[in-house]
Design a protein around this ligand. Structure first.
Ligand code: GSH
Length: 213
């Protein structure tokens, strides 16, 4: 399998999961600053021109949640449960894209991506809107996690991987994580997992392979 990635938000969950599951993937880095995601050969496998993409033989798969399901199913991992919990995982995937990581991602874009790619100053109205909406969503997850160790059932699932994606960037992205103690406790446990703390492929010096050190 080949996993096309870059050191930005959406590929992070997939890289974390591939590392956690020790999936047999060859990592292919795309330099977004140089527009490598818009090369015709890449658009042929992902017409969105976005990362990540997984190539498994002749099959190409895009969308990070779908790629996670594929990697987990391929090794019969319990992270993608085959019972009623599966619907719960899908529920949290949808909610995450629509609300939780959508707004965290907006803050990540304003505070991390804009300066990195020279896209100008953070837009204060957008920061205010995304912070407000993220807090509304975070209150829901915080309530859900009050007496739970994991998001679905009593063990780790892909929902935990999906929801955790932006939180390691909370300080730099100005995501008000510290206001939500149950999310913070859960996130600290997630960060102890192999894969989530040092997610992206690194060389022997500990530098990201072709990414930012
Ligand atoms: N819903 C997609 C989002 C993919 C996405 O937006 N990727 C961004 C990086 S986080 C990207 O490739 N941006 C490059 C571009 O738009 O040119 C997923 O979860 O895979």
């Amino acid at each position: 399998m080949k996993l096309y990635w870059s050191d930005v938000l959406a590929p992070r969950t997939v890289c974390a999961l591939a590392k956690y599951l020790e999936s047999p993937v060859d990592y292919v880095y795309l330099d977004l600053g140089r527009g490598e995601q818009r090369r015709p050969d890449y658009l042929a496998i992902n017409p969105n021109g976005k990362v990540p993409t997984l190539l498994d033989g002749a099959r190409s798969l895009w969308e990070s949640d779908a790629i996670m399901c594929h990697l987990a199913a391929r090794c019969d991992s319990e992270l993608w449960p085959q019972d009623a919990r599966q619907t719960e995982v899908i529920r949290w995937f949808s909610w995450n894209h629509q609300h939780f990581t959508a707004h965290a991602g907006a803050l990540y874009f304003e505070h991390i991506i804009k300066p990195r790619f020279g896209l100008g100053e953070a837009d204060s109205a957008e920061v205010a809107r995304a912070s407000r909406e993220w807090r509304r969503a975070a209150a829901v997850l915080d309530g859900h996690l009050q007496h739970r160790r994991y998001v679905v059932g009593d063990s780790l699932t892909l929902a935990d991987f999906a929801l955790a994606v932006a939180l390691p960037h909370a300080i730099r992205a100005h995501i008000p994580l510290a206001e939500f103690p149950a999310i913070q406790r859960w996130h600290e446990r997630m960060n102890e997992l192999e894969g989530l703390a040092r997610t992206f492929p690194r060389d022997s010096r500990g530098c990201l392979i072709r990414g930012h050190c």
